[in-house]
Design a binder for this molecule. Structure first.
Ligand SMILES: [Zn+2]
Length: 363
């Protein structure tokens, strides 16, 4: 089944198409924007545009290259998504294992092209980076450009406290060979290592309109969703097709836990906070990471609200009393630190206790 078409982002598409035609497209781009706004889908669109045999404003959709890209089987398109860390002990075996896992995910996406965000603990480990290096050292199969998409580039985690994975990526990005295009995506550019960020041209994507999300769900869900379900999911999604598609229960749970924590924190240190901290037991690290992402998203939304920007997600009452974005941005930084620590071996319960205290201090 081919990928569903890219929704929205018309102005960005126009600018990118202009750059491709004028041969001025930077070789390393960092696509940023909210969860599920279509960053990786836009990267795939750009890959298609670059590889398309015609040279138009939009990929033609019917040439051989276009068909291979939207079927996710173009030999010069390499899409890296976060995966569970390989278990093999031997480094070479780890690379093979990463290759197999990624091939399995792509196989799955060929069958079911509507995908949801990666598990909270999935990452780009050193094995993935070595796989990327391996692929980058080969020449083009079809004789044209080669495109490397690195989804959620903030998950290039320093392995076992050595920044090896990120540094190896950096070498690739420093001097991309002619014809190679690297498209990195992230929710928050501040989470990407500054050395990587500084080498990439930023492209910012905005949220989609609710109407665009509804239209997408009407056209592309299989089996077709009821109008009631579409309304409900689009309402929760705040302009994100990815969130609308992800199991409402799971993402809803992460946002509810985040809200409970914020409400308890607002009451200050005391029994309510103790209760909130003790109530949730995070056995799964992925669940904990998802809660932290929901926390960051909610705080970000509240910060936008204080700056008079339109707010798309309901904000917990206690956060509305802030008149300046400063405490909210400070709180987001603490959450980002906890998110980083959560990728290591720190116990989620301990991290949550520390984070609760820190949030109570700044909020
Ligand atoms: Zn084409």
């Amino acid at each position: 089944m081919p990928l569903p078409p890219l929704t929205g982002h018309l102005e960005t598409r126009r600018r990118l198409a202009q750059a491709v035609r004028g041969d001025t497209l930077p070789q390393v781009l960092l696509l940023t924007g909210p969860t599920g706004a279509g960053k990786q889908r836009l990267a795939l669109w750009l890959a298609q545009l670059v590889l398309c045999e015609r040279h138009d404003e939009e990929p033609c959709g019917s040439c051989r290259a276009c068909r291979l890209v939207i079927g996710l089987s173009h030999a010069d398109l390499h899409w890296f998504v976060p995966i569970a860390r390989p278990k093999a002990g031997d480094p070479d075996r780890q690379v093979d294992e990463a290759a197999e896992t990624l091939a399995g995910i792509m196989e799955e996406r060929r069958k079911h092209p509507l995908y949801t965000p990666a598990d909270g603990m999935a990452s780009h480990s050193i094995a993935t980076v070595r796989l990327l290096q391996r692929k980058a050292s080969l020449t083009s199969v079809e004789g044209g450009a080669r495109v490397f998409i690195i989804g959620e580039a903030d998950r290039l985690v320093p392995q076992e406290s050595s920044p090896e994975a990120a540094n190896a990526t950096l070498k690739l990005l420093e001097e991309p060979p002619p014809g190679a295009l690297y498209l990195l995506t992230t929710l928050d550019p501040r989470r990407v290592l500054p050395t990587i960020r500084s080498r990439a041209a930023p492209i910012r994507l905005n949220r989609l309109t609710d109407e665009a999300v509804r239209d997408f769900l009407r056209q592309h869900t299989e089996p077709r969703w009821s109008e009631e379900k579409i309304e409900q999911r689009a309402g929760l999604a705040a302009g994100s097709i990815g969130i609308a598609l992800s199991e409402g229960e799971e993402s809803g749970k992460a946002y509810r836990s985040a809200e409970q924590l914020l409400v308890a924190v607002a009451e200050g240190r005391g029994p309510a906070l103790e209760r909130a901290l003790g109530q949730v037991t995070y056995s799964a690290r992925g669940e904990f990471a998802a809660m932290l992402d929901a926390l960051a998203d909610t705080l970000g939304e509240a910060a936008r609200g204080t700056m008079g920007q339109p707010v798309r997600r309901s904000i917990p009452q206690p956060l509305l009393r802030h008149r300046s974005p400063r405490p909210l941005l400070q709180a987001m930084e603490r959450v980002a630190e906890a998110r980083e620590a959560a990728a290591g071996n720190v116990n989620p319960q301990i991290l949550l206790a520390v984070l609760g205290e820190e949030l109570a201090e700044v909020l």
